[in-house]
Design a protein around this ligand. Sequence first.
Ligand code: 5AD
Ligand code: SF4
Length: 468
Amino acid sequence: MERKSKCVSTKDMEKQKEFIQLVTDKHDGEMKKYYLNTFGCQMNEHDSEKLAGMLSNMGYIESDDVNDSSLIIFNTCCVREHAEQKVYGHLGALKKLKEENPELVIAICGCMMQQENVVSHINKTYRHVDLIFGTHNLYKFPELLFKSFNNNKTLIDVWDTDGKIVENVPVERKDGVKAWTTIMYGCNNFCSYCIVPYVRGRERSREIKEIEKEVMTLGRQEFKEITLLGQNVNSYGKDLPHKSSFAQLLHQLDKISGIERIRFLTSHPKDLSDELIYAMRDLNKVCEHLHLPFQAGSTKVLKEMNRGYTKEEYLELVMKVKENIPDISLTTDIIVGFPGETDDDFEDTLDIIKKVRFDSAYTFLYSKRTGTPAAKYENQVLDKVKKERFERLLNLQNSISKEINEPFLGKKLEVLVEGKSKTNNDIYTGRTRGNKIVNFEASDKDICKIKNVLIDNIRTWSLDGKIV
Ligand code: 5AD
Ligand code: SF4
């Protein structure tokens, strides 16, 4: 396996253009189909939009049928074991397809590939895979794809360290209303349960000018909402030569015309500055929604997790946010069953949920990740206990989510219309500034517009209403 450690410059995308041309020429005008399956977070979804952008430049169109594609790509996630197992299941099922069609190219990339043990397992067990690459060299996909054609063994190119940021990678966005923009890559926090810092590298911020340029283009392309992405957006700019803060970035982006709403993910509580709270309060386009993972309620567990705050500090922070932005909508991430979590510790988690009253929460069973400190802790919690706690937490959060939605009955809310609902084609769907999903009757001409919707029904996860 080739494992490199090197930096790349922004010129590297120029070189990829030659390979984009070589792949296009190879297809000789014939449109090829690709099937792309993405696992994990928004960052991965956005990476897949970059893969789609490069593919579209190489004469490929997307297909949702794995049997009808000449290229199959898995963009993988390794944050929890379950996502990894799913990928192995899919890979196993493709063996027959590859035997029937040796021309088929099977590629696999993303966070899982940044782990040496995973790559050697795939290389040994799934010999029908043609191409393996990692997160740091995603932009090199055209070159790797070209080199993998007619190559009778698996081509592996995974880089150990994080490179510089490569700009100008083509992006094909699926949505025409909302767009993701990555503002920084990597994470320096090393929470003891988390694999991300090992597979995504250290924090690297994009230059403010590059982000502004991208958001201005999005505004011109009539996107109405942007979501700024980073593992910990609150550290944005600390690594730049002319240090700048995330709040300063928000001030700059708020001025860009065309864009009406700005959101961001994810905020680490230890780095949430007053400056950011004031920016959220004062800037018109920055929505009243904050995703602020607390992970666990007990100060003892938080310390073991290396989170850098206590239960009391988290609660104080939330109080400060609520005082400054009274209509803030709060969401969070919670891990249940971290090693050593006792019944009392878990009660602290429930206590935070009761005190903060989050609009919604993403709840996860602790998953042991090889290579992280917590995987070596001996006091792992029994699966049965984890699941019981998980159920209790879910029931509590669901009842709070519904209670929080009740006062919206009879209220008029500003909704950005996104499109038809996935489950019912007669119904359209959109979100409020507080990120609540609202369903209503509308027509295609309402898409991408902000409409007032009168709420006439409340659910746990969404609201129903009528455009007024
Ligand atoms: N087990 C369970 N959940 C995890 N997360 C990260 N690592 C793990 C793990 N090992 C969760 C955290 C994080 C979210 C993206 O995934 O809650 O905020
Ligand atoms: Fe993982 Fe912690 Fe970094 Fe989030 S802040 S990506 S949980 S290490």
